[in-house]
Design a protein around this ligand. Structure first.
Ligand SMILES: O=C(O)CCC(=O)C(=O)O
Ligand SMILES: [Fe+2]
Length: 372
């Protein structure tokens, strides 16, 4: 059987799918798996994948590098700051981004001032995109000794052995290079997985398996490392509205979400309640996002989700930090996105095409500009 169940509550049923049956199964199993993937996206908007092509040690290395990155002194992280929606790369401090469904800037500002999200993040985009360099620590922090010398936190100024320290543990230039290597490798593995999941969707929709390939091969995607710092239980107790990340939908085609074991991710059920999307070791949570919902004439669902106080019983007063890694996939930015064949029928009431054609990159930019 292709699918077990990962989450089942309040009419929200998120399947747990053995993806190896799609990537290397016999043709019947492959077809069934493709249907299960599509079914998950047209009902819950979410699936969990196990036996996927990204090896556990690769994911572990990404989490280790991410945790280490966030221990860098604040001044260094700020030297790698996220700058513009067009670039969409770099570091965002706690409370800077408020993910929300609102598009009015004034309303977003008000929200942000009220209850900031308790998280910091670092975003990495496709390498080599004209005018949008990644904010790699080895390039930005170590190549110009003066930049780093001006910072408040300890830096050893040697000619070839620049290192930076937090809590006595040095961040070396070699380590910064290793960070880049690990993230670039992971980025391309996730890019390939995006293509595979889109192939499963194509097959599930009875389209040629390669239907989406020319939409997904550039890799105009964003890798986001997320750190939700440790937080006292009191913070949640004192403010009912306090969350680690506010309820939102994602913008692009799909998101690949890797979470640690802490918990706190919740998905909105058809009944409107928020249901725990409990971590399952070795799996990837994959959700459909807004542009894919639009592209599929809303056959596929982009479901709201959020990150709240972890549900696990807590010893002591402080919730430990939580780390997650989200890989936001988008159709190639220059592609025109118009309803997928078979998801609409002109002249059939309730089945008409609902949306105008939109350019992928322009759609994403509009959404990002409203968020930051
Ligand atoms: O940290 C998580 O588990 C979810 C993050 C998320 O939904 C996002 O960054 O869009
Ligand atoms: Fe999200």
């Amino acid at each position: 059987m292709a699918a077990e169940t990962a989450v089942s509550k309040d009419s929200l049923h998120i399947p747990l799918i053995d993806f190896s049956l799609f990537t290397s199964g016999a043709s019947t199993a492959k077809q069934e798996t493709a249907r299960a993937v599509l079914h998950g996206f047209t009902t819950a908007g979410f699936i969990y994948l196990k036996n996927h092509p990204i090896p556990p040690d690769v994911v572990e290395a990404v989490f280790a590098q991410s945790a280490r990155f966030f221990t860098r002194p604040k001044a260094q992280k700020e030297a790698l700051a996220w700058t513009t929606a067009r670039a969409n790369r770099g570091y965002s401090a706690l409370g800077q981004e408020k993910v929300t469904q609102l598009t009015d800037r004034g309303e977003i500002e008000k929200l942000r001032d009220g209850v900031p999200d308790l998280k910091e993040s670092f975003e990495i985009g496709r390498e080599g995109e004209e005018g949008c360099p990644n904010q790699w620590p080895d390039e930005k922090l170590y190549s110009q000794p003066n930049t780093i010398n001006g910072m408040t936190n300890g830096v050893t100024n040697g000619t070839s052995t620049h290192s930076t320290s937090t809590n006595g543990v040095a961040h070396t230039e070699a380590e910064a290079k290793e960070f880049k290597t690990v993230m670039q490798d992971f980025f391309s593995r996730c890019q390939s997985l995006h293509m595979l999941v889109m192939r499963a969707i194509a097959l599930g929709l009875s389209l040629p398996e390669s239907f989406f390939d020319s939409y997904t091969d550039t890799g105009d995607n964003t890798l986001r490392l997320l750190h939700y710092p440790e937080v006292s239980k009191q913070v949640f107790a004192q403010n009912q509205a306090q969350v680690r990340a506010g309820a939102h939908t994602d913008y692009g085609s799909i998101t690949l979400l890797f979470q640690d074991g802490r918990g706190g991710l919740q998905v909105q059920s058809p009944e409107g309640t928020y249901v725990d999307a409990t971590p399952i070791a070795g799996t990837i949570v994959v959700n459909a996002a807004d542009l894919l919902a639009r592209w599929s004439n809303d056959v596929i669902k982009s479901t709201k989700h959020r990150v709240v106080e972890p549900p696990a019983p807590l010893e002591g007063e402080v919730h430990p930090p939580r780390y997650s890694v989200a890989y936001f996939c988008n159709p190639n930015s220059e592609k025109a996105i118009d309803a997928i064949p078979g998801t609409y029928e002109e002249g059939v009431p309730g089945r008409e095409k609902k949306y105008e054609m939109v350019k992928s990159g322009e759609y994403l930019m509009r959404r990002l500009e409203a968020t930051y």
